[in-house]
Design a protein around this ligand. Sequence first.
Ligand code: NAI
Length: 303
Amino acid sequence: MSIRFDDRVAIVTGAGAGLGRCHALLLAARGARVVVNDPGGAVDGRGGAHAAADRVVEEIRAAGGQAVANYDSVADEQAAQRIVATATEAWGRLDILVNNAGILRDKAFNNLTMEDFRAVVDVHLMGTVYCTKAAWPVMRGQKYGRIVVTTSGSGTVGNFGQSNYGAAKTGVVGLINCLRFEGAKYNILTNAISPSAATRMTEGLLPPDMIPWMKPELVSPAVAYLASEDCKVSGQIIAATAGGYARVQYFVTEGVQFDPAEPVTPEMFADRFDQIGDLSTAQPYTGLMGNVERQLRAIGRIR
Ligand code: NAI
């Protein structure tokens, strides 16, 4: 099996550096025509320079690929429409959207300003929403689309000083979980990558002996697969770091079922708290109701 993107058009946001650059280079090397979006700027999102996107476009062209630059910020709704228009105006379609752009404004919640909270949510969550919203009608019209969002362990398991980032990064998972239902009919698949890599964003944060192995280009094969026609799954989260790949999934415990015809007191809940949290009974959490329907059926409250 060879995974190719001939005749496919892709947007990679934040593709001027780090992981986004590697995703763009790999997609282009496999035949995709790529919009390299990046306004440039520092890790905290301040400043900007066209050079970041231009350099990656040059790299792709030098290797014989096709790419155009776009310098808009994903955090602006109209600008996100321009990012999508860059693809459709250049090549008449859009098959792949990799929502990768990101910034950091780390601070303990106690010291974090709402401006810094909003700035991070605006780029990671709203930026993903704006770009996806702009891409959606194009992909629906084509009856084909592959959307990859970028989540983070900082949201899934938490991290000190990253409440803004963790909230935004988990928000994009809620987005793809819902869009997988809405996109299914149109062959639009929405999945998430949860990367970990040595980039400027993680400078000074990674265990030194891990750094040489945490190459950003080792995340891109997973992104390329999720962005490919071969990918048939939707709503999955794939963790990728240092050549290791795994699936991340919510689980729900068997829990405890009281009879809903009777009152439940806080003491009853407290008495069974350990059983409610007993992870040895956990199963993948796949339906809105969890285990409750089955359990209500078992005690004869529904049929
Ligand atoms: P990076 O800082 O090297 O790259 C991020 C890129 O996004 C930069 O080129 C930046 O200019 C661009 N960007 C920032 N604001 C933008 C905006 N408003 N519109 C468009 N582009 C914008 O960081 P890295 O590590 O490559 O991060 C890529 C993505 O992966 C981010 O979403 C990050 O949160 C996520 N991530 C990275 C991890 C890591 O270990 N490096 C861990 C978990 C998630």
